[in-house]
Write a protein that binds this ligand. Structure first.
Ligand SMILES: *Cc1c(COP(=O)(O)O)cnc(C)c1O
Length: 344
């Protein structure tokens, strides 16, 4: 039995804490994947000519394992992360990792790092799968060797002391993704270009930027690295998946939940102006689940939702419905919760 993890559970944030073990599997470009192995967490060595560090041939995933009300450790829809990484692998010309190898690897990482899973309500074990071209390649072409790797780190709850509304700035200068590009997959290269606009927005007092589409500069695409929703006249709207928007698993879950609650949910292009005239708005992703939006600024116009600090009624309802399923407080009618073997 391992000793208790050296973590102060009450001061956890969304940041990196090294844990005990990581998973690594490798394959040659034309060989099938075979299961990898667990090894002590630590630095890896890589060729300076690796495809991933020269040409960005890499993908990441993000998911959480947490202790629930039922006294066990669960993952949330991990099959969806596996499938999304397969779609990304196709796009970046990498060999897709079979779903069974992916799930088995995630489970092993959670099992072997179980002492790092925060107590219920104190956060989660964040699981970070990576797939990249690790073999050397000089010309712009797929690498000869691929590495599938997973590390985990404990993270705190996103909101401490209740949900708080965020203020957002619409970017009129930068775009996250263009039609035909890689915005619809979790390609590592999609994220660094967002750091400068995001830093600038933060320096100006906003929590994050909202990106508009790169063609017409008119439609809301995403909030930083989170999906967008708004409620207008009792109908819930979210940008449709046109290839430039990342198909979030939280997004998909919210669409199902809202429809199940009897709401009409419309996936279509959402004009910035329309979003700014809505009654409620929020963004969503694995890290925060749901972040209520207090205001959106575009140029010299600011739209404030309700009083700007109180989360909307439906926003709260969806947050509670989703987290109650995740925490096994409510019945998992959709079959989304995936118990980790051995931690039940
Ligand atoms: C990961 C991600 C999301 C959220 O996806 P989830 O599966 O809900 O965590 C949304 N947008 C972008 C750009 C992302 O990278």
């Amino acid at each position: 039995m391992m000793s208790e993890a050296p973590v102060d559970w009450d001061s956890l944030t969304f940041s990196m804490t090294e844990t005990d073990f990581m998973y690594i599997a490798k394959t040659a470009i034309d060989a099938p994947w075979t299961p990898g192995e667990m090894m002590p967490y630590g630095n890896i060595s890589i060729s300076p000519a690796a495809g991933v560090i020269n040409y960005g041939q890499g993908l990441f995933e993000g998911m959480k394992a947490y202790r629930t009300n039922a006294g066990r450790v669960v993952l949330f829809r991990p099959e969806e992360n596996a499938r999304r990484m397969q779609r990304g692998a196709d796009r970046l010309k990498m060999p897709p990792v079979p779903e069974s190898i992916f799930i088995d690897a995630v489970e092993q990482c959670v099992q072997q790092n179980a002492r790092w899973i925060p107590p219920m309500g104190k956060g989660a074990l964040y699981v970070r799968p990576l797939l990249n071209g690790s073999g050397p390649v000089l010309g712009v072409a797929p690498a000869p060797e691929y590495t599938f790797m997973i590390y985990v780190t404990p993270v705190g709850p996103y909101f401490k002391g209740g949900m708080s509304c965020i203020n957002l700035l619409i970017s009129d200068e930068h775009h996250r993704a263009a039609p035909g590009g890689s915005g619809g997959v979790k390609a590592i290269g999609n994220y660094a270009p967002g750091m400068m606009p995001s830093k600038n927005a933060k320096a100006a007092g906003y929590a994050e930027v909202i990106y508009l589409d790169a063609e017409e500069h008119k439609y809301v695409e995403e909030v930083g690295a989170a999906n967008f929703f708004c409620l207008k006249d009792g109908v819930l709207y979210t940008p449709e998946l046109t290839g430039t928007i990342l198909p979030g698993i939280t997004r998909d879950s919210i669409i199902h939940l809202a429809r199940h609650m009897g709401y009409e949910v419309v996936e279509k292009k959402v004009e910035a102006e329309f979003a700014m005239s809505a009654e409620e708005a929020f963004c969503c992703g694995t890290a925060a689940v749901i972040s209520p939006i207090g205001s959106i600024t575009l140029g010299d116009k600011t739209a404030t939702y309700s009083d700007g600090v109180t989360p909307g009624e439906l926003t709260l309802k969806l947050y509670n419905a989703l987290t109650n399923i995740q925490n096994e407080i409510d019945e998992d009618t959709f079959g989304w919760v995936h118990p980790v073997p051995g931690l039940e």
